[in-house]
Design a binder for this molecule. Structure first.
Ligand code: MG
Length: 291
């Protein structure tokens, strides 16, 4: 995997040089925020609230973008399913990037989201090879879940075994067994979010996708804010990817603990209101959005 990533980054190096030579603002500008990365469900968006995304938050993000900060929504949802919820509730504020199914990237161009082809091809090839190599084990795991739980188990273009459990408790019990069945230090990862789960390569996750956006624009971790609430956010809620971390009050206990360990901000309000608290705090500490 390291070799595969190195090859990919080798190919991309000439693009990076071009981007850097065009830059005016120094990477080392102190106190600057150049990239905001937010999870969607439970962090930006709450379907039980009205509005689902606080207007104050949307205005704040729009102002950050006006000042040059990029915004990426980093989610487990597929692109169309994300836009189904984001478009009617976004009040015209559009992320610069969509990172979907915890692996694919799309960038905003003339109002439409276009795939980041080189990256998406790379992650597709990595997963094809992974799932082929572990085909028998993956079949065995799928059969075990079907035999032991009343759950939806199916294949989709992103994972040969996907799960919709009947409850969070079922999802946790299934997760425990699946982790016993795979080598937890190996390349297979069981990525969980609430009652949903799928397999992925352990080196491709919300953190590595965030790092790819940062690499494309030569943005350093100390210029990045990342916010999330659930298990699938854990890989990006690390200082190696983003040094300004936010978890809303509805975050899973493990996520709150992880963000606390990384000296991030634990909000007292849930979802978008909590994210707004975290962004306001950075503002009051003197951090400013820049290009
Ligand atoms: Mg979430």
């Amino acid at each position: 995997m390291t070799t595969q990533l190195s090859r990919y980054h080798g190919k991309a190096r000439s693009i990076k040089k071009r981007v850097m030579s065009d830059r005016i603002v120094s990477d080392q500008t102190p106190g600057s925020i150049r990239l905001l990365c937010t999870d969607f469900d439970g962090t930006l968006f709450d379907h039980t609230s009205s509005p689902c995304i606080p207007m104050e938050l949307l205005k704040h993000i729009a102002e950050l973008q006006r000042q040059g900060c990029l915004w990426v929504v980093n989610t487990g949802r597929e692109k169309d399913y994300l836009l189904e919820s984001l478009t009617p509730h976004g009040n015209g504020v559009q992320p610069d990037y969509l990172a979907t199914v915890e692996r694919e990237l799309h960038y905003l161009q003339r109002g439409q989201y276009e795939p980041v082809i080189a990256w998406n091809n790379h992650v597709e090839q990595v997963h094809e090879a992974l799932f082929l190599e572990h085909r028998d084990l993956l079949n065995e795991i799928g059969e075990w879940i079907k035999s032991n739980f009343d759950a939806q188990v199916y294949a989709d273009p992103f994972s040969p075994v996907c799960l919709i459990a009947n409850s969070v408790n079922d999802a946790l019990a299934i997760k425990k067994k699946v982790i016993d069945m795979i080598d937890p230090t190996g390349p297979l990862a069981w990525v969980c979010n609430d009652i949903y789960a799928r397999f992925s390569h352990s080196a491709i996750h919300k953190g590595s996708v965030l790092a790819e956006v940062a690499r494309r624009h030569s943005i350093a971790p100390n210029q990045i804010v990342a916010a999330g609430d659930h298990f699938n956010d854990l890989p990006m809620l690390k200082c190696q990817y983003a040094q300004h971390l936010i978890v809303p009050s509805n975050g899973m206990q493990e996520v709150i603990e992880a963000v606390s360990r990384e000296k991030g901000f634990v909000a007292s309000s849930p979802a978008g209101a909590g994210l707004m608290q975290g962004l306001s705090r950075l503002d009051s500490l003197g951090y400013r959005a820049t290009q």
